[in-house]
Design a protein around this ligand. Structure first.
Ligand SMILES: *Cc1c(COP(=O)(O)O)cnc(C)c1O
Length: 475
């Protein structure tokens, strides 16, 4: 493909993308294919000779789209949203064209410097304490990780190293293996699976603490667990709080939990992957009170802030605890300006990194803070509308409505609700996923796609009511 062909086919592709997104409402959100469907549609081996672009282009609709789950369909209400906006897509195109691998400042200065500024912009939008920002001139700063899971892992591993250094200072004879076998981390029974996984990868114990009936973790639960574990000879070192759990969008009491961590001298990481975006709205910012106690904080602009995957924003109060935890310094990665700007290779697991701050920059400028606040409020209000429909129907009960998520169920047993969900998803007009809290199975209705409007929410409720009628008729 030469430059002229690229220009021509590029325009075709942009047209295809715009058409896809503007008519996505017409597609079934969840695909109707069986595992292995795709292998039957493509040759067994890569072609020996070059193919024509038009043949490849044709296969998008024939082979790919039948198996796509349309996350940006306004009838998609599963999991949590993943962002998708034209400015972010354009940012990614430019990032692909520049194609740099920004592991150090010298490997592409703009890649590092824009990220530094964007993390400060974003941190100020959330009104994070100055200590987390580069512009404070202290040790704080932010980095774009690929995912919240990676941010949690980096926090846990950094906390582990920090704890080991401290313990060795006091007890120089203790072997690394011995220390690690005594370390214990904490999260709640509502935490995302990636938190438990971080402990598995970090080979440390994870103590999952019991939450209240609303899925909220309180300071007392952590304080008691720390005391009990110390009694057993274990060494508490890390706690991951959640603001906006995946199960029901519950918020841990970080104003209580923070001081417990400070007193115990353990690292508090906050996972606000989904709900974090809402903190740019003055009305929701109080939910972030207590963040001043955290050692690290993370949320995903790629969920609810119009920035396409992947863009997970992580801040630390003391960047040295992360960047020096795993420092290795081969000659080929050294450069003469070391230390003046972050070398982000020290802040995460991989070496290579894309120019992800470009899409963030485009989005923040094209929407403005006000535009982004409006997007959040629109989704929150749509969730409230949905909640009001559920509340008006005596057959249903609300478990929780929080941000853009409504957790609800049919009055009655779990089995009926499981069958209701299966009927809804099998029919395929909308897509939902379930969750379970304290033994209660329920359905989650998340406002996901940015194009979702009141008509879509009414449509979804109609689909749910139809399925309910059918189910109740059967039984
Ligand atoms: C979505 C979510 C995650 C996982 O996010 P990734 O970026 O996919 O790793 C973690 N924690 C919470 C609370 C989430 O909502």
């Amino acid at each position: 493909m030469d430059a002229d062909e690229f220009r021509r086919h590029g325009r075709e592709m942009i047209d295809y993308v715009a058409n896809y997104l503007e008519t996505i409402r017409l597609r079934r959100p969840f695909p109707d294919v069986k595992p292995g469907y795709l292998r039957e549609l493509v040759p067994d081996e890569a072609p020996q000779d070059p193919e024509q672009w038009k043949d490849i282009f044709k296969d998008i609709e024939g082979i790919i789209m039948p198996g796509v789950t349309h996350w940006h369909s306004p009838q998609f209400h599963a999991y949590f949203p993943t962002a998708n906006s034209y400015p972010a897509i354009l940012g990614d195109i430019l990032s692909d064209a520049i194609g740099c691998i920004g592991f150090t400042w010298a490997s592409s200065p703009a890649c590092t410097e824009l990220e530094v500024v964007m993390m400060d912009w974003l941190g100020k939008m959330l009104k994070l304490p100055d200590e987390f920002l580069f512009c404070s001139g202290g040790n704080g700063g932010g980095v774009i990780q690929g995912t919240a899971s990676e941010a949690t892992l980096v926090a846990l591993l950094s906390a582990r190293t920090t704890a080991m250094i401290k313990i060795k200072k006091d007890s120089p004879d203790m072997e690394d293996g011995m220390i690690i076998s005594k370390l214990v981390a904490y999260c709640s029974d509502q935490s995302h699976s990636s938190v438990e996984r971080a402990a598995l990868i970090g080979v440390v114990k994870m103590n999952k603490l019991e939450t209240d009936e609303d899925g909220v973790l309180h300071g007392m639960a952590l304080q008691n667990a720390i005391a009990a574990d110390k009694e057993k000879g274990l060494i508490p070192f890390f706690f991951c709080a959640t603001l906006g759990t995946t199960i029901s969008c519950a918020f841990d009491k970080i104003t209580e939990l923070g001081p417990v961590c400070t007193n115990a001298g353990i690292w508090m990481h906050i996972d606000a992957a989904y709900a974090g975006s809402a903190f740019i709205c003055p009305q929701f910012r109080p939910l972030l009170d207590g963040v001043e106690h955290a050692t690290s904080f993370n949320f995903n602009p790629h969920k609810w802030l119009q920035v396409n995957f992947d863009c997970s924003a992580m801040w630390v109060k003391d960047k040295r605890l992360v960047s020096e935890a795993f420092e290795v310094d081969p000659l080929y990665l050294k450069h003469e300006n070391q230390g003046k700007m972050p070398d982000y290779r020290h802040w995460h697991i991989p070496l290579g990194r894309r120019f992800r701050s470009l899409k963030l920059w485009f989005v923040l400028r094209m929407y403005g803070q006000k535009g982004l606040q409006q997007c959040i409020m629109k989704d929150v209000n749509l969730a409230k509308d949905f909640e009001s429909y559920v509340k008006a129907d005596q057959r249903f009960e609300i478990i929780n409505t929080s941000m853009g998520l409504v957790c609800f169920r049919l009055q009655g047993d779990n089995d009926t609700n499981e069958r209701l969900l299966k009927a809804i998803n099998d029919e395929g007009r909308i897509h939902l996923v379930p969750s379970k809290m304290k033994g209660k199975y329920f359905l989650r209705f998340a406002v996901c796609a940015s194009r979702t409007n009141l008509g879509d929410v009414k449509f979804a409720w109609q689909v749910i009511q139809d399925a309910t009628e059918n189910l109740l008729k059967e039984t």
